[in-house]
Ligand binder design. Structure first.
Ligand SMILES: Cc1cc2nc3c(=O)[nH]c(=O)nc-3n(C[C@H](O)[C@H](O)[C@H](O)COP(=O)(O)O)c2cc1C
Length: 358
């Protein structure tokens, strides 16, 4: 296996010893960019890169930049340290075609990752303490070359069940996380509202009043720094319209889509991932491309209908330069690939060399 994030190793092992595969080797000569673009006020060589996830620290981000991924997201951080779920985190997920949103039948998942194009993602959003991740995130910002951009992803953490005024504390934790990320010097922030590990049934992005409150407080704290919201797949058009209506005047764009949830089982029918709360896990890669494209199309229509100038980042199942082109055609201003980039670390260079984008 030659993935730069090696899913057979623990998160800690990847963090300490990665990146692996092609990202550990000297970078190839990159093609001259054919489609420079302006993204959130920044000139980028190509509006393409790797979303929050496999770039767990500055060494991974630096390697991604060197390999021609021009807009990359440093994996989601929190205001306090949190351990990763134990192995396995990423399994091969055997879906025939598309993974349906809200599928109730179990889906077969196993360790046969070689050749897999859809995988699970069950990490629990680990984080180091800010004292450790802030200088590392600053190093990732510094690793961006000319025409490259580092985005810092963060999320809030629920206070303890017996904490007083839990909602106010939850909002405050988001603001504190945003301030710490801004302090690290990132030029763009991304707020993860779609963390499947905080409960797949009740993702924060579906709670519009709470999101509006969090986003207003975060924006007040970070001022003019561009802020993206990372969304899950909305099955209901009206719900997505309400979310956009409540936040488009505050934020600078939306990134969609995060993983789709599925109940993963092994060949024996038992849960594929060990431990309570991991029966349902996020699926990414080929099987969810339809969901990312659908979300981008709907966000683009809402943007047009309301005349709102927000940016759209298309994510989900981008395995080839053609998939990237499909996202651009659907209305994405930038496109990102996590699973596809791990499988093919040459994807950034391939997109850089494409004929001019639409
Ligand atoms: C190993 C891995 C870790 C991830 N961790 C995060 C994360 O910390 N924050 C986040 O917003 N999304 C995370 N994601 C989700 C990706 O950003 C992306 O939304 C999802 O994988 C769909 O893209 P893909 O089909 O190209 O993989 C992760 C994905 C992978 C594969």
């Amino acid at each position: 296996m030659t993935w730069f994030y090696d899913p057979r190793r623990s998160y800690e092992d990847n963090y300490a010893h990665g990146p692996f595969g092609a990202f550990a080797a000297p970078p190839p000569a990159l093609p001259a960019p054919t489609a420079r673009a302006s993204f959130l006020g920044h000139d980028v060589a190509s509006p393409f890169g790797i979303p929050a996830g496999p770039l767990v620290n500055a060494a991974f981000c630096a390697a991604a930049f060197r390999h021609g991924f021009d807009v990359n997201v440093y994996k989601t951080v929190r205001t306090g340290a949190r351990a990763a779920h134990p192995l396995p985190n990423a399994l091969a997920v055997h879906v025939d075609g598309r993974l349906a949103a809200g599928r109730v039948d179990p889906v077969l998942a196993d360790a046969a990752l070689e050749g897999a194009t859809s995988i699970s993602n069950s990490f629990g959003v680990p984080s180091r303490d800010p004292d450790a991740w802030q200088p590392d995130m600053a190093a990732a910002v510094a690793a961006a070359g000319e025409g490259q951009l580092l985005v810092g992803s963060f999320q809030g953490t629920h206070p303890a069940p017996d904490a007083p005024d839990r909602e106010a504390a939850y909002v405050a934790d988001h603001v504190a996380a945003a301030a710490l990320v801004a302090e690290a010097g990132v030029p763009v922030l991304e707020l993860n509202l779609s963390c499947p590990n905080e409960g797949t049934g009740a993702l924060l992005c579906f709670d519009v009043p709470l999101v509006a409150c969090i986003v207003a407080a975060v924006k007040e704290r970070v001022g003019d720094l561009p802020l993206l919201l990372k969304l899950a797949h909305f099955r209901d058009d009206a719900a997505l319209a309400r979310m956009v209506d409540a936040t488009a005047g505050i934020v600078d764009g939306y990134a969609a889509v995060n993983t789709l949830p599925a109940r993963l089982v092994g060949a024996d029918g038992a849960p594929a991932l060990p431990g309570a709360g991991r029966e349902v896990a996020g699926v990414c890669g080929d099987a969810i491309r339809w969901a990312g494209l659908e979300m981008v199309g709907r966000l683009a229509r809402l943007r047009e209908d309301a005349g709102r100038p927000y940016a759209i980042v298309g994510v989900g199942g981008v395995l080839t330069a053609e998939h990237h082109a499909a996202y651009r055609a659907a209305g994405a201003d930038a496109v990102m690939s996590a699973t596809g980039a791990m499988i093919d670390p040459g994807l950034g260079a391939a997109v850089r060399a494409l004929p001019v984008s639409p």
